[in-house]
Design a protein around this ligand. Structure first.
Ligand code: 5GP
Length: 190
């Protein structure tokens, strides 16, 4: 998606530890016109899928998922990060290793909001090592729902997540795939 790639080149900054900061338009301040185009693009890419629910993970996936959901006309449900898994059997849960914070946390989702009748599209801002997406996939499987695919805004193609998720047979569409990045240069996959 050219508009997104141009914006990353203009306003993205590379931080130590292979972290791309896009706080001025995606992760802190949000450019709604751009995110609206992102939502439309996800709809175009997954237009053949009978999506009934968009699933994301808090916090930065939520805004993007909500705008995309307007094009799919479906609800958004987001997995909540928690330090204590509720063992009352009312939630699905998965353990996720955080790329940006270098910690492990659990995510939970109420069983009320996802079930075997659902066809799920996963949406998130970044794909790095794939842990967040794998956690969401675990939840979809636990719910017995059908996974239609995953839409990612920025995939860091030099990290392992994209290969892991594609090798699982998941249809993965990333709007911008970064092949390499450093302080002075950033290149995209065509
Ligand atoms: P993964 O689980 O694929 O290793 O990492 C994905 C999650 O980590 C995303 O939900 C995102 O919040 C965060 N993340 C990973 N890499 C980056 C990055 O380069 N920049 C930012 N801003 N977030 C990232």
């Amino acid at each position: 998606m050219d508009l997104l790639k141009e914006r990353i080149l203009k306003d993205g900054t590379v931080k130590p530890g292979n972290v791309l900061k896009v706080d001025s338009f995606l992760n802190h301040q949000m450019d709604i016109q751009l995110i609206n185009e992102i939502g439309k693009e996800f709809k175009r890419l997954f237009s053949d899928c009978p999506v009934t629910k968009i699933l994301t993970i808090e916090a930065s996936g939520i805004g993007i998922a909500c705008i995309a959901a307007q094009y799919f006309n479906v609800p958004v449900v987001f997995a909540k990060k928690t330090h204590t898994i509720n063992l009352d059997g009312e939630t699905y849960s998965a353990r996720v290793q955080s790329f940006t914070h270098q910690t492990v946390y659990d995510v939970i989702l109420s069983k009320k909001y996802l079930g075997p009748e659902d066809h799920v599209l996963l949406i998130d801002d970044f794909l790095a090592n794939g842990c967040a997406l794998q956690g969401l996939i675990e939840i979809v499987n636990e719910a017995g729902a059908t996974l239609e695919g995953a839409g990612i805004v920025i995939e860091k193609g030099f990290q392992s997540g994209g290969k892991i998720i594609r090798d699982m047979g998941v249809r993965l569409e990333s709007l911008a795939i970064i092949d390499s990045m450093s302080d002075s240069s950033l290149t995209f996959r065509n």
